[in-house]
Design a binder for this molecule. Structure first.
Ligand SMILES: N[C@@H](CCC[C@H](N)C(=O)O)C(=O)O
Length: 278
C-alpha cells in the first residue's frame, strides 16, 4: 500500500489516496491501529483515507490511532488539501472536501514553486451545548461539569462536526492535561468519548492551548479543537474575532467571520512517502 506521512503542527497521520493505491482488505480500523503503532508500524496519530466524493471535489475519512473513526480533523483537512492540490486531484486553489461531518471549503496558499506550505479551511459554524454534543450527565446547557474523583471540572461543550469539551484554565499544565484529559476523554457522561481541550487566555488575540484527543491521547495539535476553543471563548466575550492559538506543535490562526464561520489557517507538511507491507 502506497502511503504519505504528513503532519500539521506535529499532528501526524498516514495518508492513503485511493487514486494512487488499493486499500488492503483488512478493516480500516485495524489498519489505523497497525500503521499508527510507532514500534511495529509507521507511527502516527491515526490514518486518513483520501477518496473521491459524490458531493465535493475530494473526500476524506479519518481514524484515530486506537482505530475509532472520527467525524472530522482540522489538521488532516489542511494536509488533504495540500495533497489534493499537489497531486492534481483538483485544479483550482479553492475547492471542497467532504468529511463525515459535512462539506468544508479549502483554500491553498502556494509558494513560488507551486508547493503548498499553508492552507485555510472554512470549518463552518460551531454549535454548543448538551443538545448537540453526546452527553448523558446531569447538567444542561453549554457548560457542564464532569466529576473527576469528586472534583467538578467545568468545560464548554462544542461541536465543530466532532465533539469538544473546552476547559478554561489559568495556565496550561502538561501533566494535568494528561491526568485530567484522559479521564474526560473516557468519562461515562460522554457516551461517544470526548476531545478535551485546556485553554488559557493571554489576551483577546492570543490563547495557549493543549489537548487530550479522543482516540489518540495527547497530540501536538488539534485543528478542530482550536476552532472549538476560540468559538467557545468568543461566545463568552473573552477573545475577539482573530486569535492566534499557541499549541504544543506551533501556532494556528483562527478567524471568526460575522456569519459565524470559522476560518482556520496553518501549515501542512509532507514528511515522506513509501510502501507499507500489510
Ligand atoms: N487532530 C484532529 C482531530 C482528530 C479526531 C479527534 N481525535 C476525534 O476523535 O474527534 C484535528 O486536527 O482536528
Amino acid at each position: 500500500m502506497r502511503f504519505t506521512k504528513m503532519h500539521a503542527l506535529g499532528n501526524n497521520y498516514i495518508y492513503v489516496s485511493t487514486a494512487e493505491t488499493q486499500l488492503p482488505s483488512l478493516d480500516l480500523a485495524e489498519l489505523a491501529r497497525r500503521v499508527s503503532d510507532v514500534r511495529r508500524g509507521i507511527g502516527s496519530d491515526g490514518l486518513i483515507v483520501i477518496q473521491p466524493s459524490d458531493v465535493a471535489d475530494v473526500g476524506m475519512r479519518i481514524w484515530n490511532s486506537d482505530g475509532s473513526e472520527a467525524e472530522s480533523c482540522g489538521n488532516g483537512l489542511r494536509c488533504v488539501a495540500k495533497y489534493a492540490y499537489e497531486h492534481g486531484l483538483v485544479d483550482t486553489g479553492v475547492f471542497s472536501i467532504e468529511t463525515k461531518a459535512g462539506v468544508v471549503e479549502a483554500r491553498v496558499h502556494m509558494d513560488r514553486h507551486g508547493r503548498v506550505p499553508l492552507v485555510t479551511i472554512d470549518m463552518g459554524q460551531a454549535s454548543f451545548g448538551s443538545s448537540v454534543v453526546p452527553y448523558t450527565g446531569v447538567h444542561r446547557g453549554d457548560d457542564v461539569a464532569v466529576d473527576i474523583d469528586g472534583v467538578p471540572v467545568w468545560g464548554t461543550l462544542v461541536s465543530v462536526g466532532n465533539p469538544h469539551f473546552v476547559a478554561l484554565v489559568d495556565r496550561v499544565d502538561d501533566e494535568e492535561v494528561l491526568r485530567i484529559g484522559s479521564r474526560i476523554e473516557s468519562h461515562p457522561d460522554f457516551p461517544e468519548r470526548m476531545n478535551a481541550e485546556f485553554v488559557a487566555v493571554k489576551s483577546s488575540t492570543e490563547i495557549d492551548f493543549r489537548v487530550y484527543e479522543r482516540g489518540s491521547g495527547v497530540t501536538y495539535a488539534c485543528g478542530t479543537g482550536a476552532c472549538a476553543s476560540v468559538a467557545a471563548l468568543a461566545r463568552k466575550g473573552l477573545v475577539g474575532s482573530k486569535v492566534t492559538v499557541h499549541l504544543l506543535g506551533g501556532d494556528l490562526d483562527i478567524e471568526l467571520r460575522d456569519d459565524g464561520h470559522i476560518l482556520m489557517t496553518g501549515e501542512a507538511v509532507t514528511v515522506c512517502e513509501g510502501d507499507y507491507f500489510v
